[in-house]
Design a protein around this ligand. Structure first.
Ligand code: FES
Ligand code: FES
Length: 159
């Protein structure tokens, strides 16, 4: 097995990591950097629990090799809060009861973050489409969708 040294920016910090050639971005985050907020649900690109932002786009980190991320920028759920203050999407998910077991939550948060970056005033259909790759076994999605709407309304300046 060959190892590679890669340098990337994660949640605003530059990290240098030695990774085996077959290590995924998901496993690098969890095992090399102790960023265990990103979850391993299926390890097959099906559940979305491992979603992170890679160069500004949401990806299933179990489907990306760490070596492909040399020079990249990654945002994980740990990077959403700032100075101890939760992101509005995190606040809204808590308020609306969109978190039960919490296993899907990091991936949901990142997908919602990506959506609101791209589309600050999404319709319910836009929200459901953005979250189509994030499987949740607990909530039935209604409260999650409501929370994303709530977060979007907070981000829109009041005229
Ligand atoms: S763990 Fe990556 S999609 Fe399920
Ligand atoms: S809250 Fe349990 S899987 Fe979504």
């Amino acid at each position: 097995m060959s190892f590679h040294r890669i340098t990337l920016k994660i949640n605003g910090s530059t990290e240098m990591v030695d990774v085996p050639s077959n290590m995924t971005l998901l496993m690098m985050l969890r095992e090399k950097l102790a960023l265990t907020g990103t979850k391993n649900g299926c390890y097959a690109g099906e559940c979305g629990a491992c979603t992170v932002m890679l160069n500004g786009e949401p990806v299933n980190s179990c489907m990306v090799l760490a070596v492909e991320c040399d020079g990249a920028e990654v945002l994980t759920v740990e990077g959403l809060s700032h100075e101890g203050k939760l992101d509005p999407i995190q606040e809204a998910l808590i308020k609306e009861g969109g978190v039960q077991c919490g296993f899907c939550t990091p991936g949901v948060l990142i997908s919602a973050h990506a959506l609101l970056n791209r589309l600050p005033e999404p319709s319910e259909a836009d929200i459901r489409e953005a979250l189509v790759g994030n499987l949740c076994r607990c909530t039935g999605y209604v409260r999650i969708v409501k929370a994303v709407k709530e977060a979007a309304s907070q981000r829109v300046p009041v005229a």
